[in-house]
Write a protein that binds this ligand. Structure first.
Ligand SMILES: Nc1nc2c(c(=O)[nH]1)N[C@@H](CN(C=O)c1ccc(C(=O)N[C@@H](CCC(=O)O)C(=O)O)cc1)CN2
Ligand SMILES: NCC(=O)N[C@@H]1O[C@H](COP(=O)([O-])[O-])[C@@H](O)[C@H]1O
Length: 221
């Protein structure tokens, strides 16, 4: 279990830019009787993001750090780091957060920084994923929870949810079904992290010889 203090609950800071439906799913999960994490802060780069209202309604500290107030990404990210660290999180999750983060920010939170991306990575990194999947004629689409690395949407995947593309789907109709799955897999991934079951390794060779606890298999190569 990550974090012994705070009633044994993992402290999670959530970064948003918009409506905050994934944030709401995390708020609801943190309110559950079997919750293993709490949300210590919500930070938006967009003033007036509805996710800030969701945080306020849940009694969670909600802060806006507007990227437009900073001359460049580096100074914006440093301000983000300073604000986030004030809340002493064990984990930082990006939930509809729409800014590309600098290497400095990613290094600072390396191994405890998650994102949910609306595609079956490594397909469709970046933006406009639903339209791209439809344009490609994909029969399957979905969402991925992954560790965040310097490579945009290139970090190790943790959980994926598959959504079948239906005849007549539009980007909006597909987005709706994908988001419903996001609201299931994101709280699950955060729970796994809080339970100490997730670890990001930089080099797979670190795992050589490691025993897999559930299966008893040992990794070779
Ligand atoms: N270094 C990383 N930063 C971020 C990652 C990551 O994996 N590594 N994930 C993204 C989340 N994301 C998709 O899941 C994403 C967010 C934003 C963008 C983007 O192009 N943003 C533009 C601004 C767009 C806007 O304001 O509407 C930008 O930053 O210039 C691409 C992918 C979060 N960051
Ligand atoms: N590249 C990042 C990205 O596109 N994230 C996507 O923003 C949507 C809105 O989330 P929200 O309702 O939780 O704010 C979510 O579908 C999420 O996958």
């Amino acid at each position: 279990m990550v974090r012994a203090q705070n009633g044994g609950k993992c402290r999670v800071a959530v970064l948003i830019s918009g409506s905050g439906t994934n944030l709401q799913a995390l708020i609801d999960a943190a309110a559950g009787e079997d919750a293993v994490f709490s949300i210590c802060a919500v930070i938006s780069n967009k003033p007036g993001a509805y996710g800030l209202t969701r945080a306020g309604d849940a009694g969670i500290a909600a802060v806006t750090i507007n990227h437009r107030d900073y001359s460049d990404r580096e100074t914006f990210d440093r301000a983000l780091i300073e604000e986030i660290d004030c809340h002493t999180p064990d984990l930082v999750v990006l939930a509809g957060f729409m800014r590309i983060l600098t290497p400095e920010f990613v290094r600072h939170f390396s191994g405890r920084l998650l994102n949910i991306h609306p595609s079956l990575l490594p397909k469709y990194q970046g933006l406009h994923t639903h339209a791209r999947a439809l344009e490609a004629g994909d029969r399957e689409h979905g969402a991925t929870v992954h560790f965040v690395t310097e490579e945009l949407d290139g970090g190790p995947a943790i959980i994926q949810a598959v959504v079948l593309v239906e005849a007549g789907d539009t980007p909006d109709s597909l987005a709706g079904r994908v988001q419903r799955q996001e609201h299931v897999i994101y709280p699950l991934a955060v729970r796994w992290f809080a339970e100490g079951r997730l670890r990001m390794v930089e080099d797979r060779s670190e795992l050589d010889g490691e025993l897999l606890p559930r299966s008893g298999h040992r990794i070779q190569g």
